[in-house]
Design a protein around this ligand. Structure first.
Ligand SMILES: [Zn+2]
Length: 280
């Protein structure tokens, strides 16, 4: 479980969320064989999804989808009010060879960010915005500012540390209604002036509100963690979608059939006996 911190500026005109997201990035990106550019884009989307759990209402669930300029490319992240996050790159994205500095090949002029909000009502809210910055981070802020009329900025870092671990951290700043637009710029300026310290894994997250913005009051801590809804029961019906001859072959060879969850990478293996059960 990673830590998430929520607080308010002393002028009470902006909400701030700070989160460490190393576990999210390790679960969603490590061992996925993603090219560097795709890994960075997904890492940023996961960190942003984690940060926005700090703004969510009760029972809220949000799905973020980035559609690339080439429509078959997609990155998806889901998050809920409990701080649970998952996400993945779709098959086309996993096959894409993208360098660290080539995000524009994924997030080109025709790319868009779709956000679906489910707040437990019959109707879900869908918003879409273009991605003029091609950085994911600034595009997500652009979405909140344009589509939700909530001036927002995000800052993220994603680093591979010397022991091949992932370090992720993010900050979200959101203005409350009536706050002057210049406040957002001021707060972002303060953050950027301390960027190197904020990105330093040795500086504990709990020090950031005070270190960056002089905030000492009304600070609440929550958690953010990787969570996938998949289960064995969810995958077993997929056996019925396979060819009968394929199932019979597996029974004959006493081999198992495996399905891998594309979100979390969990492998579900079904034995010859279980396969025989679904042929009855
Ligand atoms: Zn899963």
């Amino acid at each position: 479980m990673n830590t998430l911190i929520k607080c308010m500026t002393s002028c009470k005109q902006a909400r701030l969320v700070f989160a460490d997201t190393s576990d999210l990035l390790s679960s969603g990106i490590a061992n996925r064989e993603l090219s560097a550019g795709v890994a960075i884009a997904l890492a940023r989307l996961l960190t942003i999804a984690g940060l926005t759990t700090g703004f969510m209402k009760d029972k809220e669930r949000v799905t973020y989808t980035i559609r690339g300029s080439q429509r078959e490319l997609a990155l998806i992240a889901e998050a809920d009010d409990m701080g649970r996050v998952s996400g993945y790159a779709n098959e086309a994205c996993r096959a894409l060879v993208l360098g660290e500095h080539e995000l524009e090949m994924l997030i080109g002029p025709k790319a868009y960010l779709q956000v679906i909000r489910d707040i437990g009502m019959p109707v879900r809210f869908t918003g879409i915005a273009d991605m003029p910055y091609g950085t994911v981070t600034d595009d997500a802020a652009h979405f909140y500012t344009q589509s939700e009329q909530t001036p927002t900025r995000f800052w993220t870092t994603e680093q591979w540390t010397s022991d091949a671990q992932l370090f992720g951290r993010g900050v979200a700043i959101q203005l409350l209604p009536g706050a002057p637009a210049a406040l957002l710029q001021d707060l972002m300026g303060q953050l950027e002036a301390h960027e190197r310290q904020v990105a330093d894994p040795n500086l504990p997250l709990s020090r950031l509100p005070h270190h960056l913005f002089g905030i000492t009051e009304m600070v609440t801590q929550a958690g953010v963690q990787w969570h996938c809804d998949c289960s064995r029961e969810l995958f077993s019906p997929m056996l019925y979608t396979l060819d009968r001859t394929e199932l019979e072959q597996a029974i004959h060879d006493s081999t198992s059939i495996e399905f891998v969850c594309h979100r979390c990478g969990t492998c579900y293996a079904f034995t010859a006996d279980e396969i025989a059960g679904c042929l009855e």
